[in-house]
Every structure is written in C-alpha cells, then in structure tokens.
Design a protein around this ligand. Structure first.
Ligand code: NAD
Length: 238
C-alpha cells in the first residue's frame, strides 16, 4: 500500500480528491498548495500535513520534499498536479506575455522543479511512484488556450524522457491526461458551454481513483487518458 503521499495543487479540485482518496486508504498525506487557507482546510479534513508551496520556486519544491521526508521518514508517491490555465491567446486582443509566462512557470517549470526534488527522494526510500497531471490538451489541441496545451505536451515529454533511467532506481513515472473535470479551473460559463455541447465532465473523485490505480501499477513512462465513466486508457505513442 502507498504509505506517504505528496500532492501539489491539493487545496482544490483533482489534487484535493487525490488527497482524500489516499487518506481514505490509510496513507499519510502531505497537502501542498500556494493557497494556504484551502490547503490547510484539506489537510485538516484528511488528517494530513499542509505545506505551503509555490511550485514555481525551486526552493519551495525542495523544501516540500524535505519536509515530507523529515516528517514521515520517506515517500512512496509524489503527484505533481498543480496547474493553471489562461495562458493568453495569439490574437491582438488577448496576447499577454505575463499570463503566458505564468502558465509556463506553473505548468512546466513547476513540474520540472518538482521532478528534480522528488525523484531522488523516492529512489532513496527504495523506489516509488511519481504522477504528473497533464491533460488531453497535451495530446491533442486546445485552440482556446494554446500555451496551456504546450505546457501539457511538455510534461508528457519529461515523463517519457525520464522514465527509463529512473526505472532502474525503482521509480515509476506516469502522466495523467484527464478530459474535462468538474473543478474550479473551469469557469461556470465553460461548464455550461461544455454541457450544452454534450461533453461529459468527470468528477475529481473518478480521476483520483484512476490515479491511485496507475500509481499502484507496474507501468512506467506512460500517459493515460482519463475520461468520465471510462477506465484509464494508455496512449499508444509512435
Ligand atoms: P483547480 O483550480 O481546482 O486546482 C488547481 C490547484 O493548483 C489550486 O488549488 C491552486 O491553488 C493550485 N496552484 C496553482 N498555482 C500553484 C502554484 N504556483 N503552486 C502551488 N499550487 C498552485 O484545478 P484542477 O482542475 O483540479 O487542476 C489540477 C490539474 O489538473 C492541473 O494541472 C490542470 O491543468 C489539470 N487538468 C484539469 C482539467 C479539468 O478539466 N479540470 C483537465 C485536464 C487537466
């Protein structure tokens, strides 16, 4: 059983559901987020530890992993899940360099810093599992948010590139590619539009259950499509 779990972006949405899922299985859960009030509330609910972590900072990522190891003696699963949307468009009206850099900082640099801090700690504890939340936008296209899509493609590249070397050290690395999930990252207008267009929205708890199954499996270097009401589907890369 997975004993010690670190989840970033765990104050809300998918990350909070993952924290609840593993706490329900008896794991000790480290809830990491930039949102102190939300993160502390989830940590209290799951009987876990809240660590304030801005994943865009290399030191915050290292401090998060060090705190988890010092508190619980090691790690079994790290889920790099924190992410944001709204990277700006490519038109004259919505081209916004600050938004663009922020999405790159959280979704891509944040995952790189998290991987750099977490992988050696997992290996030092005898191996374990690392999950990164990508998106179906990282496999297809997101015309509404192209920079978001680029970051989600990017983290799949990291997962697939790092997995072989870390497999030798007992660490499995996989990417989750959810479709639309009912969380605050989707505005009420976006939810209404998607439902009107006939899209099925997954619940965060479904994604958490799939994440737990993938974390406990044997595979590494995979990206899994996670859609409402469906079992995880590994992507067949060329
Ligand atoms: P959410 O907004 O509910 O949760 C995101 C969490 O990340 C929030 O708690 C937020 O405070 C935290 N966060 C943001 N910036 C941070 C930072 N710099 N450091 C630490 N924490 C930070 O959204 P969600 O849908 O649960 O998103 C979780 C992940 O799932 C994201 O990576 C997102 O891109 C991905 N995803 C979501 C959907 C969807 O439809 N909801 C689909 C595919 C992928």
């Amino acid at each position: 059983m997975t004993q010690v779990v670190v989840v970033t972006g765990a104050a809300s949405g998918i990350g909070a559901a993952v924290a609840r899922h593993f706490a329900g299985l008896g794991a000790r859960v480290v809830v990491a987020d930039i949102d102190e009030a939300g993160g502390a509330a989830v940590a209290e609910e799951v009987g876990g530890l809240f660590v304030r972590c801005d994943t865009t900072g290399e030191q915050d990522n290292q401090a998060l992993i060090d705190t988890a190891v010092q508190t619980y003696g090691g790690l079994d699963l790290v889920h790099l899940n924190a992410g944001i949307g709204d990277g700006g468009g490519f038109g004259e009206d919505d081209y916004d360099t600050r938004r663009r850099h922020r999405v790159l900082a959280v979704n891509l640099h944040g995952v790189m810093f998290g991987l750099h801090a977490a992988l050696p700690a997992l290996a030092a504890h005898g191996g374990g599992s690392l999950l990164v939340t990508s998106s179906m936008a990282g496999l297809g296209a997101a015309p509404f948010d192209p920079v978001y899509a680029a970051t989600k493609y990017g983290v799949i590249g990291l997962v697939r590139s790092l997995a072989p070397a870390w497999q030798e050290k007992g660490v499995r690395i996989n990417a989750l590619c959810p479709g639309f999930v009912r969380t605050p990252i989707l505005s009420p207008e976006a939810v209404a539009y998607l439902l009107g267009e006939g899209y099925a929205l997954a619940e965060p708890a479904e994604i958490a259950a799939s994440a737990a199954g993938i974390a406990a499996g044997e595979e590494t270097g995979q990206a899994y499509v996670l859609q409402a009401g469906r079992a995880p589907e590994p992507v067949a890369f060329p």
